[in-house]
Design a protein around this ligand. Structure first.
Ligand code: C2E
Ligand code: CA
Ligand code: CA
Length: 536
């Protein structure tokens, strides 16, 4: 999950995700559209098949009617002149049948065309024997010369003692050029006879249904049969012809789908960015487990002794990466989370420090607060958690000057804090709003000089300002801290400054440390102090 999240939150990945999402949506929409289009195509093919079947299905009803007419109207003794006259009258009906045999038991005794008695002729085994769906025997596509119809071919349908000759059917079937079809007459077994359309379309259909069918069909096929499963029509789309015929629709659909997927992908990406933007993640996951503390040791410049530390906050992102204050402090301020945040930092610091720092020493604990939270009641309440170890911990709050609070209000709050045992230092002195002129107006307990001073080259403007600032601050009896000391040389120089700087902090002394390493640092302090002293 964390992996996925970290994948989602990198800006570069977001573009990739938008692309992948766009393609996935396109594929999805394309398959949905194809599915619908396929359904439509199948409905169309079914309708065309019914139209192609209709003339063949009618043969069955026509046969029923004609057999009915024979049974009703041909009553004379078989094969007599009266008999043939009656039979001929039935032949005049406009149903396409005009040749009848009297053929009890499948042996032709007389017929209309030969007229009169003829040599009995056995028709032999029928191609289609009577079955559950039909009580007729059928001889398919027989030469009719024996019945006096030289050169003609027809199918003979025998029901009872009479047989009707069904001439070859040539119905007009019109289908779109991209659709092939074949009408077949099926037997009771696997035999079938081509009736109309393209030979092999039915074969193709049967193969597509059988075990030798290709796993990925290359075309769309369908089969429709009459109610008696006698006549069937197989249809088959010719893909290239279909694509040609439908190209305008296909292109329009593809264009629409591409635009729709691009739109959805852009919208989806925006939703992901919104949900997984740093701000949103931070606000959603700001809690006691995600706010971490590191501790940067502060030493007394004169002795090199560790007098305390500054608590610096970190935030653990959902992918477990560590986020630095420059990224989250603006979010804390923008969303009015300052009080909640400071509380989480203070509570964490208390939990870690009270469990680990040695009980036999006093530490100055510096915590950064937000200017808008400069409210003695609020801060006293926040730092109440430290009550159990207040005998060992001096609390200092650091704040940068800001136009968010009026000087007289600040003054009152700072005094109230001092009364409650909490000292207030000005942070980043020398930058932004804080300057030497309005320092006099503020009743703070100490001043932390910005790190621009710490590393200012000798003789530079910054260095001269430093001397001036130190004089001023010293004269007003406030403690002086310098931060950002990065080299041994600078620490040496700062040691020689008169009037003296009280405390120092910086990478040369120590980077900010997690609680484990901070307690180790405190434990290893004796030898280090010696080293610092020797260097002096
Ligand atoms: P800051 O209060 O001025 O804290 C000192 C910053 O300087 C820290 O950065 C620290 O890691 C860095 N630093 C320490 N020694 C050196 C050094 O020798 N050289 C250089 N170049 N840098 C050094 P960090 O931890 O990134 O904090 C940045 C700022 O975020 C802090 O500046 C502070 O204003 C704010 N901040 C951090 N934690 C909190 C917090 O819990 N509450 C509030 N309100 N602000 C916080
Ligand atoms: Ca600070
Ligand atoms: Ca600072």
């Amino acid at each position: 999950m964390a992996k996925l999240v970290s994948l989602l939150i990198s800006a570069r990945r977001q573009r990739l995700i938008a692309l992948v999402m766009g393609l996935a949506i396109f594929a999805l929409l394309l398959s949905a559209t194809s599915f619908l289009a396929l359904g439509e195509l199948r409905r169309f093919m079914a309708a065309e098949s019914q139209a192609a079947l209709a003339p063949f299905a009618r043969i069955r009803t026509d046969l029923d009617e004609t057999f009915g007419a024979i049974a009703a109207e041909v009553t004379a003794t078989p094969c007599t002149a009266d008999f043939l006259t009656q039979l001929r009258r039935v032949g005049f009906r406009p149903d396409g049948f005009s040749e009848f045999f009297y053929a009890p038991g499948g042996t032709v005794r007389c017929s209309l065309s030969v007229a009169g008695r003829q040599k009995p002729l056995a028709l032999g085994t029928p191609d289609i024997a009577p079955s559950a769906v039909s009580n007729s025997s059928i001889w398919v596509d027989r030469g009719l010369s024996f019945a006096g119809l030289k050169g003609l071919v027809g199918s003979i349908v025998l029901r009872g003692d009479f047989a009707i000759v069904v001439p070859p059917q040539k119905p007009l079937i019109s289908m779109p050029p991209w659709l092939q079809y074949e009408v077949v007459l099926t037997g009771n077994d696997d035999r079938y006879w081509h009736r109309a359309g393209e030979v092999q379309v039915f074969d193709g259909y049967k193969i597509s249904q059988g075990p030798r069918a290709p796993t990925i069909p290359t075309t769309v096929r369908s089969l429709a049969c009459d109610g008696f499963q006698r006549y069937c029509v197989a249809t088959e789309v010719i893909p290239a012809a279909f694509a040609m015929a439908a190209r305008t629709y296909i292109l329009a659909a593809l264009l629409f789908l591409a635009l729709a997927s691009a739109g959805l992908a852009v919208w989806g990406k925006a939703a992901i960015v919104r949900r997984w933007s740093f701000e949103q993640r931070f606000r959603r996951h700001l809690d006691a487990s995600s706010v971490l503390c590191v501790y940067q040791p502060i030493i007394a410049v004169g002795t090199g002794e560790v007098v305390g530390c500054e608590v610096l906050a970190r935030w653990r992102d959902v992918d477990d990466s560590i986020v630095y204050p420059d990224r989250f402090i603006p979010v804390v301020e923008r969303f009015g989370l300052t009080e909640k945040f400071t509380r989480l930092v203070v509570e964490r610091a208390f939990a870690e420090l009270s469990a680990s720092i040695p009980t036999d020493r006093r530490l100055k604990l510096t915590v950064n607060i937000f200017p808008r939270d400069l409210d003695s009641e609020l801060l006293v309440d926040i730092f109440k958690v430290f009550d159990p170890i207040r005998d060992r911990v001096d609390i200092v709050v650091e704040l940068v000057e800001s136009d968010e609070i009026a000087v007289d209000v600040a003054q009152r709050q700072i005094e109230a804090l001092r009364a409650a045992g909490i000292k207030t230092y000005i942070d980043d002195f020398g930058t932004g709003y804080s300057n030497i002129h309005n320092l006099a107006a503020l009743a703070v307990d100490g001043v932390k000089l910005d790190r621009a001073f710490a590393m200012a080259p000798e003789g530079s403007l910054m260095a001269r300002m430093l001397g001036h600032a130190i004089d001023m601050i010293h004269a007003s009896g406030r403690a002086i801290v310098i931060e950002g000391v990065e080299t041994a040389e600078r620490l040496e120089d700062l040691r020689r400054v008169v009037p003296p700087i009280d405390f120092a902090q910086g990478y040369h002394i120590s980077r900010p440390l997690d609680i484990g390493r901070f307690t180790d640092f405190l434990a290893a302090e004796e030898p280090r102090r010696l080293r610092l002293d020797l260097a002096a």
